[in-house]
Design a protein around this ligand. Structure first.
Ligand code: HEM
Length: 512
């Protein structure tokens, strides 16, 4: 008679064999299903293409592959897992459109958001749960709400300009070199925190701030080996996000941001209960008000996760785009002069004026978003085996469809979509804001904010604050660049001096 121990061991063994067999069958059938998809041969058994994707110019391999293999490309990630890179316009519209909930974020990406921000809108999946969170955030980011935040955008812009004036005043020269990415980050975090819940990190006073440094350290990879391991492996082993120094940093930032958000939530709640209208200018108060009206009543932890998410989503992206706008103006002096002429009207324009009266400003920002998308890849994972329609059949086939097996990770490379010569012309790789004058209405839109039900909910907020800052800075300063600058892949795509490790953008700044 087998003992209880033997029985348990046999059951365990049978279970493990079942799980492993199921996994192997799934991997083999996925491989068979995708065997006709072209792509590069793997350069590393262990890392697949991750090493090259991480270390070479951001997005450069996606550009090469799609030029060579067409609009659907298969490549390997770490530990042999298969990734599909898709730029076919019909397939992309299908994946990010109404079917988005069948293509959730990959497990590793969700784990990252959960660990750093909590169970907010960037983490949540499922139509009903996501729509609930989106509905509660939406009233705080409507054009009317953004109008209420516009004075904050000008105040933080003026603070930044005052700091640069001080630097110039303290210099013997009428031209100084300023490291712009650091100031852009301070501007973006101060702005979003003030708009979100009237919290002033006061980073624009120029003093060091431990939380801001931790937040930056969390996502600024700066090509460290540890950041590479994390990026390469979290797809297959999401638990890697809990270990080591980075894991510790993740926990600390989450706790500190949570403490601030908690306090602000309580203050906003007191103001709401007292029917005070003073607080109506913050994103959190607008959210609470909308919830009270709808009777939805979000819990404290839900609101706190959402506030962390808003801070994080609105910080790095805006900071990167501000840096790239100033860089493009610095290396295009004639355009910078034309823009200065356009922005020469006195006083701060209203939001409506900012959005309607400055076509050069508009085109500079759109062209920057096109050539320097902050979020380079939009990642998804097929929740089930799904047949996706294609505009262009896979080479060698006539079937305008692609069957994507359950579990396959999908990457939509934004730079390839936004630099496709068939759409943007032979000069697609050049910064040419004029292409936005009278654009062809049939031309696909930018993908920098994504599209569909999960597209960026803060787009109008982001555009307004970037416009207000550009307006303020270009009126007061002129910019030049004497260094060779390249892109570096961090959480977002940042600038750095060519050949250096750390992200930075030193620009020469003068008063006008
Ligand atoms: C230039 C600046 C910005 C860019 C380029 C940008 C880009 C994006 C992109 C590409 C997504 C989709 C992400 C995905 O599908 O994985 C996204 C989502 C999101 N963004 Fe932004 N963003 C910017 C600024 C902001 C700001 C300022 C806020 C808040 C005030 C914000 C809040 C959000 C939120 C909450 C989501 C999640 C939406 C959802 O899942 O329904 N973003 N953003």
């Amino acid at each position: 008679m087998p003992s209880l121990l033997t029985k348990t061991a046999l059951t365990g063994f049978a279970l493990a064999t079942f799980v492993v067999t199921k996994f192997v069958i799934r991997v083999i059938s996925a491989r068979l299903c995708l065997r006709h998809i072209p792509g590069p041969t793997s350069t590393s058994l262990l890392w697949g293409e991750e090493w090259n994707l991480y270390h070479d110019a951001p997005g450069s391999h996606y550009l090469e592959w799609h030029q060579q293999f067409g609009k659907v490309v298969k490549f390997r990630g770490a530990c042999g897992h298969q990734i599909l890179s898709i730029t076919d316009e019909r397939a992309v519209a299908f994946i990010v459109g109404e079917d988005i909930y069948r293509f959730p974020k990959p497990d590793g990406v969700r784990m990252w958001f959960k660990k750093t921000l909590g169970e907010g809108i960037l983490w949540i999946e499922g139509k009903e749960a996501h729509e609930k969170q989106r509905r509660s955030l939406a009233p705080a980011l409507t054009p009317q709400s953004v109008r209420k935040f516009t004075p904050i955008f000008y105040e933080t812009s003026a603070k930044l300009a005052a700091q640069w004036t001080k630097i110039l005043d303290n210099s013997d020269s009428d031209e100084v070199e300023i490291e712009v990415t650091n100031w852009a980050g301070r501007f973006a975090l101060d702005t979003v925190a003030r708009a979100a819940f009237s919290y002033d990190f006061d980073l624009l006073s120029g003093e060091p701030n431990a939380l801001a440094e931790a937040l930056d350290g969390l996502t600024n990879n700066e090509n460290k080996l540890s950041s590479f391991y994390m990026r390469a492996l979290f797809w297959v082993f999401p638990a890697i996000l809990s270990i080591g120094k980075k894991g510790e940093m993740i926990r600390r930032v989450k706790a500190e941001l949570g403490a601030i958000a908690c306090q602000m939530w309580r203050d906003a709640k007191i103001a709401l209960n007292a029917h005070s209208t003073d607080n109506d200018r913050t994103l959190m108060a607008l959210m609470l008000k909308a919830d009270a009206i709808s009777g939805q009543q979000l819990r404290e932890d839900e609101i706190v996760s959402q506030m962390r998410t808003v801070l994080s989503a609105g910080y790095e992206t805006v900071s990167a785009i501000v840096a790239w706008v100033l860089y493009e103006l610095a290396v295009n002096p004639q355009l910078q002069e034309k823009l200065r002429e356009e922005l020469s009207s006195p006083g701060d324009p209203s939001l409506d004026e900012l959005n309607s009266q400055f076509p050069i400003l508009d085109s500079v920002i759109l062209e920057t978003l096109r050539l320097h998308p902050a979020i380079l890849e939009n990642h998804h994972q097929a929740a089930e085996t799904i047949s996706v329609p294609l505009a262009h059949p896979i080479p060698g086939s006539s079937i305008p469809q692609l069957v994507i097996p359950k579990g396959t990770v999908i990457s939509i490379p934004v730079n390839v979509l936004q630099m496709d010569p068939e759409i943007w012309g032979d000069d697609a790789h050049l910064f040419r804001p004029e292409r936005w004058n009278n654009p062809d209405p049939t031309r696909p839109k930018l993908f920098a904010f994504s599209e569909g039900p999960r597209s960026c909910i803060g787009k109008k907020f982001a555009l307004a604050e970037i416009k207000a800052l550009t307006f303020t800075l270009v009126q007061q300063f002129s910019f030049g660049c004497s260094r060779e600058i390249e892109q570096i892949q961090s959480f977002v795509v940042r600038p750095r001096i060519k050949g250096q490790v750390i992200s930075s953008l030193p620009l020469t700044v003068r008063r006008v």
